[in-house]
Design a protein around this ligand. Structure first.
Ligand code: SAM
Length: 210
């Protein structure tokens, strides 16, 4: 499973990478969106299918995608720029280095197919480790609200325990998301792994901001 993130890390820089990033007019800045609509943050947006389709389907919700690799983010930017959306912003950064102007602005965090980091000694790198949950407290505006999807059983179990021990209440817990009749926008990894026969696990959790 760890091979998944290595694939992205090894991804060759697209030819258009620098040009696409330099000319991108929806990179995140302190103006955010200039409206009061709710803001969702996708951490590790990859090539951006989820972010793009969520933004197209929900024009009165704002979406920020954060991705740490320029090569991957440039593919998302290339795709999204065709749509001239006003409700999408991208930032190329490790989530932990998000600028403080994003603090206390976020309504929902999406964690889609986060790297599972299967080795125990790497548990701290999982985006649902308590150190990340603690950091996310800085980002939320009112309630802390997280939606995660994964094909990985260990990450699902780990995350559920981590959410509960951090005081989150489980709102939805699906072992096989694609059997549920709820609105679902698929991500690139979701398509890939469900085509390989993996079931998709889904957790939606919430907690008061203390
Ligand atoms: C396994 S991929 C999933 C991509 C996409 N969400 C999907 O479902 O198709 C995980 C992505 O998260 C990014 N990522 C991992 N840790 C991150 C971090 N701390 N900050 C920002 N992006 C991160 C990786 O670079 C990678 O593109």
């Amino acid at each position: 499973m760890r091979k998944r993130c290595e694939v992205d890390m090894r991804m060759r820089n697209p030819k258009y990478m620098n040009e696409v990033i330099e000319n991108c007019d929806f990179l995140l800045d302190e103006n955010l969106f200039n409206n009061e609509n709710p803001i969702c943050l996708e951490i590790g947006m990859g090539k951006g299918d989820f972010l793009l389709n969520m933004a197209l389907n929900n024009p009165s919700i704002n979406y920020i995608g954060v991705e740490k690799y320029s090569s991957v983010a440039s593919v998302a930017i290339h795709k999204i720029k065709e749509y001239n959306l006003t409700n999408v912003r991208i930032i190329i950064s490790d989530v932990i280095n998000l600028p403080e102007y994003v603090y206390h602005k976020i309504d929902t965090i999406y964690l889609n197919f986060s790297d599972p980091w299967p080795k125990k000694r790497h548990a701290k790198r999982r985006l649902t480790h308590e150190s990340f949950l603690s950091f996310y407290n800085n980002l939320f505006k009112n309630k802390c609200h997280i939606i995660m999807k994964t094909d990985n059983d260990n990450l699902y179990e780990f995350s559920k325990e981590s959410f509960i021990s951090f005081g989150y209440k489980i709102l939805k817990d699906y072992q096989d998301l694609h059997k549920e009749s709820i609105f679902n926008i698929e991500t690139e990894y979701e398509r890939k792994f469900s085509n390989l026969g993996y079931t998709i696990k889904y957790l939606e959790v919430e907690k008061e901001l203390q």
